[in-house]
Design a binder for this molecule. Structure first.
Ligand code: F6P
Length: 553
């Protein structure tokens, strides 16, 4: 029996580990864990062509994984037994699959075409989505053309997005990724950290008369964002002669909370809305992407949405064995739950994707970092792995040593594009040669015989041997465009969904971030106090607060 897509009672679900496909995968793992990719490739010359999938211009080579055709078959069976198809349908139908917060999960509606219909609580949300997109486009065009001016009549040349988590990571990642499509006459900066340095550096050298702040916060109550927004207001007002009227020209908001936006002093006419069915980490294509649209223009933004939508449709309709996000998600489960791998390295060989690993960290870890199943019982297997990474080739000269010769198994996703956005002599061929060389070295390594044959003295041989058998996926597309970026982000969104559905967890809440927020609120007045107020924490926390108070004086 599959896990219900929208759990509505405390009814117990059938444990994942009791599924037929799960137990079959366990015995299959025991049977093939010792097999080397060298022999898998040697025995099956067509493997590198067969174990691939391609859709909407994205090519996935998953042949350098420690799998056989049977592994794929069993993993697909696991997806079927887990009711993945009905989970997908429930999401697209707008069911409240985020059942702990009683919310639908409809980032797919953010990129649905105008004529689509997705109903939440009896209402088709697609027209609202397009109304906000149109409002964003009109605003972006006014700012980009200079028609929207600041308080003193100067045109806006600088845009600062203030937000954190999903209200920052998506915007900053997309801006960096699509910089080559952006208006270079404008400056874009991002403030997230409550560390005052972040704000100070973001406004450094900027003329307040030419600076627009976008306060991006779903809730409009997040401590970091509201603190930075108030500092921005003070900075802007101080530079513009203290006229409160200037706020309307230099501040806009992106939020679901009109009441708090108005309280802050931003005219709600300058507010771009979204909905509680958009999770923070799934919001870069909602109004949270306003800074992206200002940078690349409405047409490019729409083409990014189109890329997202293409992947949504592929995910919704393609058979699992050809379905890119499903395959990526299943392979992740294979390493996480059977090989015991604890992390996944994401290695974009594209400098513009330098913030992509950081973006994926929130997407994957806030979604699948869960320890209870939908019926509230403790999971008896590992859920979300740790995601990390850096753009190639830089990582090769730092942490790849551990991936090649360390004691841990680290599955890697290599991401590359055939055409560079900035062609420069031999650079791109060199870059791509490194992608192929790394995946080859990881998979096949170098045997002691090969090392010896190079004339290496015996004592040095063990140090120079590469065990190989280190798995990787290669994701290859033609060119990094707004459309490809949308496809790529949706690929990972749906891989996360696939895994969450199989692990029987709710990928769409994030209660784990609450406790620290509550405790910080309690400690703020204690650390700010000039008098020695009594402290009632544990002895370590009390001692640290006392020491901080002394040192800061
Ligand atoms: O603290 C986690 C979180 O709730 C994220 O899920 C979210 O993206 C971020 O904070 C920011 O929240 P908001 O957009 O409401 O300011």
């Amino acid at each position: 029996m599959a896990t219900p897509a929208t759990p509505n009672s405390a009814a117990k679900v059938e444990p994942l580990t009791k599924r037929k496909s799960w137990t079959a995968l366990q015995s299959h793992y025991e049977a093939i864990r010792g097999q080397h990719l060298r022999s898998l490739f040697a025995e099956d010359p067509k493997r590198g062509e067969r174990m691939t999938a391609e859709a909407i211009g994205i090519f996935l080579d998953y042949s350098k994984n420690r799998i056989t055709d049977k592994t794929v078959k069993l993993l697909v069976q696991l997806a079927e037994e887990s009711g993945l198809r009905s989970h997908i349908d429930a999401m697209f139908r707008g069911e409240k699959i985020n059942f702990t917060e009683k919310r639908a999960v409809l980032h797919v509606a953010l990129r649905a075409p105008k004529d689509a219909s997705i109903v939440v609580d009896g209402q088709n949300v697609v027209p609202e989505v397009h109304a906000v997109l149109d409002k964003m486009a009109a605003f972006s065009n006014r700012v980009r053309s200079g028609a929207w001016t600041g308080h003193t009549g100067k045109r806006i040349r600088n845009v600062i997005n203030i937000g954190i988590g999903g209200s920052d990571l998506g915007p900053v990642m997309a801006y960096e990724a699509l910089k080559s499509y952006s208006d270079r006459a404008m400056t874009f900066r991002f403030v997230s950290n409550v560390d005052g340095t972040d704000f100070a550096e973001a406004v450094e050298g900027l003329d307040a008369a030419e600076t627009l702040f976008i306060v991006s916060s779903k809730t409009f109550t997040t401590l970091e964002t509201m603190t930075n927004a108030h500092s921005a207001r003070d900075w802007s007002l101080a530079a513009l002669g203290g006229d409160e009227k200037s706020v309307a020209k230099h501040f806009v908001a992106v939020s679901t909370n009109a009441t708090e936006v108005a309280k802050f002093g931003i005219d709600t006419a300058n507010m771009f809305g979204f909905w509680d069915w958009v999770g923070g980490r799934y919001s870069m294509d909602s109004a949270i992407g306003l800074s992206t649209m200002l940078a690349i223009g409405p047409d490019n933004f729409r083409s990014m949405l189109n890329g997202f939508h293409q992947m949504d449709e592929h995910f919704r309709t393609a058979p699992f064995e050809e379905n890119l996000p499903v395959l990526l998600g299943l392979l992740g489960i294979w390493y996480n739950d059977f090989f015991g791998a604890q992390t996944v390295a994401v290695l974009p060989y594209e400098q513009y994707l330098k913030r992509f690993p950081a973006y994926l960290q929130q997407l994957t870890m806030e979604s699948n970092g869960k320890h209870v199943t939908v019926d509230g019982s403790d999971v008896t297997y590992s859920t979300g792995p740790i995601y990390w990474g850096e753009p190639g080739t830089n990582g090769q000269h730092s942490f790849y040593q551990l991936i090649h010769q360390g004691t841990r198994l680290i599955p890697c996703d290599f991401i590359a594009f055939a055409q560079p956005l900035k062609p420069l002599g031999p650079h791109h061929d060199m870059l791509l040669a490194n992608v192929f060389a790394q995946t080859e070295a990881l998979a096949f390594g170098k045997t002691p015989e090969q090392v010896k044959a190079e004339g290496t003295p015996d004592w040095l041989v063990p140090h120079r041997v590469f065990e190989g058998n280190r798995p990787s996926n290669t994701i290859l597309a033609t060119r990094l465009t707004p459309e490809t970026l949308g496809q790529l982000v949706a690929l990972y969104e749906h891989a996360v969904f696939t895994q969450g559905a199989i692990w029987q967890i709710n990928s769409f809440d994030q209660w784990g971030v609450e406790l620290g927020k509550v405790l910080a609120q309690r400690i703020i007045p204690e650390v700010a106090s000039h008098t020695e107020t009594p402290l009632n924490h544990d002895s370590s926390t009390n001692n640290l607060i006392r020491r901080y108070r002394k040192l800061k004086a």
